[in-house]
Design a protein around this ligand. Structure first.
Ligand code: ATP
Ligand code: LTN
Length: 338
């Protein structure tokens, strides 16, 4: 490529989200909200990681419904199919195909060190399946197939991104330049929203305690009530400091939605109790979900439109990813069929 052409190449952004439930406030401010903002400046690709959700036992009918809901939610959160490539992971076979090849270049030891694997296998001790173990190889395939430059994710995915870079480097060293090395794009504030009930744990859409998370489809009164019930501490001061996990989390959320610094928030609530503060957090949060909720209702009512968008997305994703897949097959020595 010419130097000038190289400089003008728009960066490729890629990210995915599992259809394991309605997106939480954590998914939204840690990831999805930023995806929308990047659409004008970059080539963006976003997908529903349904294959990844098979690593935990799912009810088939519920998974199908949740996948369509998640796809509609992506659009409702502002992802515009005219600007971004949007698709469903299982509709694009190259993901599984590259995942297999990459897993043959991945060591048992490095997968054993993944904290998400350790957490999830502890939580689902009766189903520590091979897919849960090789989850990072599929994620690396998702990213490397599209030669992504940047991957906007929450803090919990940092280690998976490091792994993706390690695999890409290893492959490139063995076979010559094949994959672009992706960077994680992790926001400064809101990259790790904590559970409202156990603030030392990350907020997760598959938490069985409904009060632990806010979803982007929750009604205003539900949001306010969940914040009212949020676990804090036995002090009274709204102050950001070590050990005050509940308050730190609420302050972070308030800061993301108001743009205020921690010092400004401390000053605003000086002399006021936690009750006033929790209510204020709820009130600043309710507006954005209101908009998403209305958009979602419109999209989910139009199944034909959703189908048309995900079919077109899959077709385009298959064509783009096939370029990398063909290269990989050739490099590792698989006999060409065409
Ligand atoms: P599950 O509960 O099924 O594991 P999850 O809520 O962790 O799901 P994912 O689909 O795994 O959600 O993640 C989608 C995106 O949201 C990822 O980029 C992830 O880093 C981000 N994310 C998930 N939880 C949080 C959180 N609590 N705070 C900020 N970002 C988050
Ligand atoms: N593992 C991610 C979801 C995911 C993903 C990806 C994110 C699957 N493939 C590729 C970024 C890029 C998670 O959020 N748990």
């Amino acid at each position: 490529m010419e130097e000038t052409e190289k400089a003008e190449r728009k960066k490729v952004i890629l990210s995915g989200i599992q259809p394991t439930g309605v997106f939480t406030l954590g998914n939204y401010i840690g990831a999805v909200k930023n995806w929308g903002k990047m659409q004008d400046e970059y080539h963006c690709a976003y997908f529903i990681a349904d294959l990844h959700s098979l690593t935990i036992r799912q009810d088939p009918a519920a998974l199908r419904r949740q996948s369509l809901d998640a796809f509609a939610l992506l659009l409702a959160c502002g992802i515009d199919p005219e600007k971004s490539l949007v698709f469903i992971q299982s509709h694009v076979p190259t993901h599984s195909e590259l995942s297999w090849v990459l897993s043959c270049y991945t060591q048992f030891g490095e997968l054993s060190r993944m904290t998400q694997f350790k957490d999830k296998s502890a939580r689902h001790a009766d189903n520590v399946n091979a897919g849960l173990f090789t989850y990072p190889a599929l994620m690396a395939a998702d990213i490397l197939l599209y030669q992504a430059d940047m991957v906007p994710v929450g803090d919990d995915q940092r280690q998976h991104l490091e792994f993706t870079r390690d695999i890409a480097t290893r492959f490139n060293n063995l076979y010559g330049s094949t994959f672009k090395l992706p960077e994680a794009y992790i926001p400064k504030a809101g990259a790790r929203v904590m559970s409202l009930q156990e603030p030392t744990k990350k907020m997760s859409k598959s938490d069985e305690n409904q009060n632990a998370f806010i979803t982007i489809l929750d009604e205003p009164n539900v949001i306010i009530n969940k914040f009212k019930r949020a676990v804090t501490d036995s002090e009274k001061e709204v102050r950001f400091s070590e050990g005050k996990d509940g308050i730190n989390n609420l302050m972070t959320i308030y800061s993301v939605f108001t743009g205020k610094t921690m010092e400004q928030i401390e000053a605003e609530f000086e002399g006021k109790g936690y009750g006033d503060f929790k209510l204020a957090v709820g009130e600043v949060v309710v507006e954005e979900p209101r908009e998403v909720r209305e958009n979602f209702k419109r999209y989910i009512a139009d199944k034909a439109y959703l189908e048309q968008v995900y079919r077109a997305g899959a077709e385009k994703a298959a064509a783009i990813s096939a370029r990398t897949m063909t290269k990989v097959k050739k490099k590792v020595g698989l006999l060409a069929s065409l």
